[in-house]
Design a protein around this ligand. Structure first.
Ligand SMILES: *[C@@H]1O[C@H](CO)[C@@H](O)[C@H](O)[C@H]1NC(C)=O
Ligand SMILES: *[C@@H]1O[C@H](CO)[C@@H](O)[C@H](O)[C@H]1NC(C)=O
Ligand SMILES: *[C@@H]1O[C@H](CO)[C@@H](O)[C@H](O)[C@H]1NC(C)=O
Length: 414
């Protein structure tokens, strides 16, 4: 091991030494409206309930024992929509901007039965039938297992609960990654999804500009060593490490310090024109919601390999896959109708990489690049103009493919 790798290992080893409380008890400014402060502390269920919508919560057990928190804005009998959040995010992302400003409420208001899941390892999905959160085994997963276990279990649960044979899928970022993985590894699930709406779709990271992902890619050897030496853990970068990235992410000095302190903006970038800064305490209160170090390492591997492939175990690939290199995910298996929505200034899903993905997916029926030079990864779900620019369009596409004769009964089995 080189001296440089050694230093990086020590640096990364600080990941878990500092308390997570730093993120969740943010010193809020005094001039923040009390309502916003309250929303920063409520969970997904409490937020939906507070704003007068019919909130329900469920627990879904995956085949490998994880217990996932599933929330619903319930419209029994209506067409179900499954919404899947992105990296370090949670179900709260679909409602936390409040009614009229959140995609979850909008879909409910338009007549859908809205279900919002949480992938393993995030704040709502930290339980397991056998492992505790503090067990190393609990954190031995990447996004691969979310695509092969979490989403299939969630889809089965919703279809069984509602009696439908198909549902709509809405995914953001990692919520799209794991959909492609489900298509590749569990292709029978493609028949259970009527249509896939992909916001900021990710698969290839060749042109990724995220300083954190690029750091993980550049220090691949150090991260791999750390995983082998200390086992698996939650990804919790220390303040020291965040300070390093702040310089890369926040060179504009007019950005408030609050933004630059947030891991989420450091990973995904931020756009002052689309971000409602009054809502920052809510965004920071609900993120980062948890991810594993192995999952972050897998993103670094995608960046390095320029391929959309399974986790790289190095020498262990021979045992795991029977080949030297990890197999590629089979995008050609993703048979469901797909609509893609993406921004020009997206660090994680830049247009070049979305174009490549789009060429390999067999059934892209719609592709929309937001005509705004600054539009980024998080603006698609939190942006002030997201409704006008994207969601109205998305709703029209969903209705168009449902067709005038589409009725609730058409996909209703009971
Ligand atoms: C739903 O939420 C309530 C209140 O937080 C909790 O007590 C209950 O266990 C939850 N139910 C499920 C199925 O997760
Ligand atoms: C982690 O999971 C992988 C894949 O499921 C498995 O092959 C490996 O043995 C596990 N590692 C440990 C240390 O449990
Ligand atoms: C920003 O958020 C505040 C608090 O929720 C809200 O009152 C205001 O209308 C929002 N501004 C915009 C431009 O959406």
């Amino acid at each position: 091991m080189s001296l440089k790798t050694c230093i990086i290992v020590l640096y990364l080893a600080f990941f878990n030494l500092e308390s997570k409380a730093n993120y969740f008890n943010y010193p809020f400014r005094l001039d923040i409206p009390p309502n916003v402060l309250e929303d920063a502390r409520l969970d997904t269920f409490q937020l939906i309930y507070k704003y007068g919508y019919p909130a329900e919560n469920y627990t879904v057990k995956t085949d490998d024992g994880y217990l996932l928190g599933l929330f619903r804005i319930a419209r029994p009998g209506a067409v179900p929509v499954l919404m899947v959040h992105g990296l370090l995010d949670s179900s709260a992302t679909w409602v936390m901007m409040g009614p009229d400003k959140s995609l979850g409420y909008m879909l409910y208001d338009q007549g859908y039965d809205v279900w919002m899941t949480n992938v393993r390892g995030n704040a709502y999905s930290k339980h397991h039938a056998r492992f505790k959160e503090s067990d190393r085994d609990f954190w031995n997963f990447s996004f691969h297992e979310m695509g092969t276990y979490d989403i299939p279990a969630t889809i089965d649960f919703i279809l069984m609960s509602t009696g439908y044979s198909q549902l709509h899928y809405v995914g953001h970022s990692q919520g799209t990654v794991i959909f492609w993985i489900m298509g590749s590894e569990r292709p029978e699930y493609m028949d259970k999804v009527f249509m896939m709406q992909a916001l900021a779709p990710v698969a290839f990271l060749t042109h990724c500009r995220s300083p954190v992902v690029n750091f993980l890619a550049a220090e691949d050897a150090a991260v791999a060593f750390l995983l082998r030496a200390t086992g698996f853990n939650e990804f919790l970068p220390s303040n020291r490490l965040i300070n390093t990235f702040k310089r890369a992410a926040c060179h504009d000095t007019t950005i408030s310090n609050m933004v630059c302190e947030s891991l989420l903006f450091i990973i995904f970038g931020f756009n002052s024109q689309q971000l409602n800064e009054t809502m920052l305490p809510v965004l920071i209160g609900h993120t980062p919601a948890g991810a594993s170090t192995k999952q972050m390492h897998h993103y670094g591997q995608l960046r390095n390999s320029r391929r959309f492939q399974l986790f790289d175990y190095g020498i262990g690939n021979l045992v795991q896959y029977g080949s030297i290199r990890p197999p590629k995910y089979k995008l050609e298996n993703v048979r469901t109708k797909v609509a893609l929505y993406y921004g020009k200034n997206d660090w994680l899903a830049p247009p070049e990489d979305v174009d490549r993905l789009s060429q390999q997916l067999p059934n892209v029926v719609y592709k929309y690049l937001v005509p705004d030079e600054h539009f980024n990864h998080l603006d698609l779900i939190w942006g002030i103009d997201a409704k006008e620019l994207i969601w109205n369009r998305m709703l029209a596409i969903m209705k168009f493919y449902e067709g005038p004769s589409y009725s609730n009964d058409q996909y209703y089995k009971k």
